[in-house]
Write a protein that binds this ligand. Structure first.
Ligand SMILES: *Cc1c(COP(=O)(O)O)cnc(C)c1O
Length: 434
């Protein structure tokens, strides 16, 4: 294979450039002669000798092999595959982790992280608001395997130490929190874990697992702030175009073997076609999309803050944001600049009518707006709106939703790449009607 002779080290290039070119000297596939990496589609691989086959099985799931720069011996799609491997190299780099293992969906990656970290008799301590399916995984399925889950408030990490028991193995949370956009201090949770771990054996160490789906590695890199494992959905901001589902686990090399074996046996592999989309479209445009979406999100937040029908706006970049200092310390892009992201939550002033103003607004926009679409999901190039109280968080009892800061008048906006004038004008016209 001809290799290029780069005159600057890969690490000397900025992340935006790296995400476009990937590991140009990748040994996962010879694409020295492609401008765009190829998508490979084969379930099995031709083995030129029995010896090669045997070697392939021995090397499979070894971090030493994966990181050695040797050309891997591919055997069968569910074990390992080149398009996915190239995406994994690039995602690990983006998150600042040593290894990445991708999955068929964000939920498959969360299941794999928890499935490899936990044993029967151990316990998860999680923040009390979680993505609905993660909550369901933890309450409906983990207990069947002898893993208990307790939900506590991570917004005050100083009180977290008192919640940890000898059985606690995982501290799990999302930040920013969906949909209220409150932040959890990752470094502070790390400090709590370190205190507890001082007296524990390696296998019982408390692990910090962070779901980085909302921020994406462009706005926040939890491993650098002390997380042990990052999980995230590729379906949202990382994929960016809303065409494919996927998920990823990013961690240190120690996790590679068990997460790869878990994926092999549970089988939730990312299809090469979906991996290719994230590799070729999603990651290379991440920085540019986020930069532009963030500018618009800031403008939309500023507009909403001033609107007489809006009671409050929660956006990490808003003047009124209650955790400004933490936001500026934790949500930063790879160049060190403040990166508050593309998600905005706002609460309308209620009117005591049968239908809330938020429901009327969302319904009006669904029918009349061109630049804003009523849909779940987020992080796409199209601006999406939803009403968390009746939609994404409907499964939670009303009392619980209110206790967790979720308001019937709350609206969640995922800002896209449309011209910001149009988004604000559509919101302005809709707000006049409700
Ligand atoms: C969507 C989402 C998930 C699940 O991802 P899928 O790709 O839909 O399985 C997990 N966590 C958060 C925060 C999400 O928004």
């Amino acid at each position: 294979m001809e290799t290029r002779k780069p005159h600057r080290k890969k690490e000397d290039y900025r992340l935006r450039t790296h995400l476009i070119h990937g590991n140009y000297d990748s040994k996962k596939w010879d694409y020295n002669h492609h401008v765009v990496p190829p998508v490979s589609h084969t379930t099995a691989y031709r083995l030129s000798s029995l010896e090669r086959g045997a070697r392939g099985f021995v090397q499979f799931a070894s971090a030493d092999e994966a990181l050695s720069g040797h050309i891997p011996i591919y055997i069968y799609d569910r074990l390992d595959e080149p398009t996915r491997s190239m995406l994994e190299e690039n995602l690990a780099y983006a998150e600042g982790g040593e290894i990445c293992v991708t999955f068929a969906s964000g939920m498959a990656s969360i299941s794999a992280a928890l499935g490899t970290a936990l044993r029967q008799g151990q316990e998860v301590v999680a923040h009390r608001i979680l993505y609905g399916c993660t909550y369901s995984l933890m309450t409906n399925w983990l207990p069947r395997f002898g893993v208990q889950v307790r939900f506590v408030d991570f917004l005050h990490p100083e009180s977290l130490a008192a919640e940890i028991t000898p059985a606690t193995r995982v501290l799990y949370f999302e930040t920013p929190i969906n949909p209220t956009m409150e932040l959890i201090d990752i470094a502070a949770v790390r400090r709590v874990a370190d205190q507890v771990n001082a007296g524990r054996e390696e296998k019982d160490r408390v692990l910090v697992i962070v779901d980085n789906t909302f921020a994406t590695p462009y706005c926040q890199r939890p491993l650098r702030l002390g997380a042990d494992i990052v999980v995230e959905s590729l379906t949202k901001g990382l994929g960016g175009f809303g065409t494919d589902m996927g998920g990823a686990v990013i961690a240190s090399r120690d996790w590679y073997n068990s997460v790869m074996l878990f994926r092999k046996d549970v089988g939730g592999i990312l299809s090469p076609r979906s991996a290719w989309g994230v590799l070729v479209y999603g990651l290379p445009t991440l920085a540019t999309r986020m930069t532009n979406m963030q500018k618009t999100a800031q403008r939309v937040a500023d507009f909403l803050c001033k609107h007489p029908k809006v009671a409050s706006v929660s956006y990490p970049g808003a003047e009124s944001f209650s955790q400004k200092a933490l936001a500026r310390q934790q949500m930063i892009n790879p160049d060190g600049k403040f990166a508050p992201g593309s998600m905005v939550y706002f609460v309308l002033k209620g009117e005591n009518a049968k239908q809330t103003r938020a429901e009327k607004l969302v319904d009006y926009l669904a029918e009349h707006a061109y630049s804003i679409t009523l849909a779940v999901s987020l992080g796409q190039i199209k601006t999406l709106i939803e009403h968390p109280f009746s939609m994404t968080h409907a499964a939670l009892p009303d009392e619980q939703k209110r206790a967790f800061g979720m308001h019937p008048e709350g609206v969640r906006l995922s800002i896209g790449l449309e011209d910001w004038h149009d988004i604000i004008r559509d919101l302005e016209l809709a707000l006049e009607r409700v």
